[in-house]
Design a protein around this ligand. Structure first.
Ligand code: SF4
Ligand code: SF4
Length: 381
């Protein structure tokens, strides 16, 4: 088999099926990554969403016997919306990060990888392939870096010279011996713009992230968000793009190659108040095909409450009261109490006093007492 020829055919086919960049890497263990992951674990910087077995993440041979090479693919996604949302005065909106605009990228990459797999198998019937998208097993970024897709920026994203870091990454391990491509030289230099732009100081040092401080991770958790981060979250209801938008290599990068990635502005920048009363069915209908819905309705609702507090939206007081009175989820109730204390107007104060006597949950009662004190302190100043 002429693998040079097959590689050229795969590259040509990838363009036909809407893969914007493709690279080939050896399937040798990722030793540097392994050390970094161990260090990350020791420091407690992991999100908890990743594959816990470091060996699996750093050694392709554990995932496929006879692994010989890895094909890395990248698809560029839009960074700007073609149509703007029409907001009426006083209407408050949240924002999903760009990687959650349009159809869930897992589905888009899966489609391209399946086509690629079928193509390879049509050429080499005995080939073994194993495709992966953000499964947490193999590190998409480490593979992409090795395959020359881009370099790993200080913001922990893979930056491609063509599309910046606005790319979705996927990969496929194979037992075929493709010649590897050369990695791209790191072009961050002395720049620290992403570190300076990070609202929570989550980028500990170039290339290392403390996931527990990262808004992108925090918006995906299901618990109460620690108070120190709530103000910093602003109106982000899923993910955070600040360390990407700050990057000079993303300047002017906005690609609209894939129709399924085009965002519906009403979903990507939704009105906040209606989110609080969505039924499961309504949530699924509105957000179900977006990558940002993977943790379900409640984290999005909690983040919408934080966003309303960020705007100090006095018109949302009745909706927040409804949450405290009708919800059973203590995270939503507790966050709504906190939001009322941030808004802190007369309506919020009176409502909290009334609710306090009716509330049965002792933890929520404590939160209400704290919120009332906060408003009283503010009034006294
Ligand atoms: S995603 Fe946001 S919070 Fe996380 S490192 Fe980047 S700028 Fe910081
Ligand atoms: S902002 Fe600067 S340091 Fe950060 S990833 Fe971009 S080029 Fe690198």
């Amino acid at each position: 088999m002429d693998y040079q020829q097959l590689k050229a055919e795969i590259i040509a086919y990838s363009k036909e099926i809407g893969i914007d960049k493709i690279g080939f890497a050896s399937a040798d263990p990722f030793l540097e990554l392994k050390n970094r992951l161990i260090r990350q674990q020791e420091l407690g910087y992991q999100s908890g969403f990743e594959e816990p077995d470091i060996e699996k993440r750093a050694n392709p041979a554990v995932l496929m016997e006879g692994a010989n090479s890895i094909i890395s693919i990248a698809l560029a996604y839009p960074s700007k919306m073609k149509t703007r949302v029409e907001s009426k005065k006083g209407e408050r909106r949240g924002i999903f990060c760009r990687a959650s605009w349009g159809l869930d990228y897992h589905l888009i990459l899966k489609d391209r990888l399946e086509k690629l797999e079928a193509f390879i198998l049509s050429k080499v019937q005995e080939a073994k392939v194993k495709a992966m998208v953000d499964t947490g097993e193999l590190s998409d970024r480490a593979v992409a870096e090795r395959a020359g897709i881009g370099w790993s920026g200080k913001n922990c994203a893979v930056i491609t010279p063509e599309y910046g870091s606005y790319v979705y990454l996927g990969e496929m391990i194979t037992n075929l011996p493709f010649e590897p491509d050369d990695p791209i030289e790191d072009q961050c230099g002395s720049c620290t713009k992403c570190l300076d732009a990070c609202p929570t100081g989550a980028l500990v040092q170039g290339g290392q992230i403390n996931a527990k401080r990262c808004i992108s991770f925090l918006t995906q958790t299901k618990d109460m968000i620690p108070e120190e981060f709530r103000d910093k979250i602003g109106n982000r209801i899923y993910g955070c793009d600040s360390c990407q938008t700050a990057c000079p290599h993303n300047k002017g990068k906005d690609f609209h190659f894939h129709v399924e990635m085009e965002p519906d502005p009403e979903t990507a920048k939704p009105l906040l108040k209606p989110i609080l009363s969505l039924s499961n069915r309504e949530f699924k209908k509105k957000f179900g095909t977006a990558a940002g819905s993977w943790r379900g309705k409640r984290p999005i609702q909690r983040n919408a409450i934080i966003a309303l507090a960020h705007f100090k939206d006095e018109t949302s007081v009745p909706e927040l009261i409804q949450v405290i009175e009708n919800e059973t989820n203590p995270v939503l109730k507790g966050t709504a109490v906190w939001a009322l204390s941030k808004i802190g107007n007369e309506a919020a104060y009176t409502a909290l006093i009334k609710i306090k006597d009716r509330e049965k949950d002792s933890e929520i009662q404590t939160e209400i007492a704290k919120a009332l004190k906060k408003i009283e302190r503010k009034r006294a100043n």
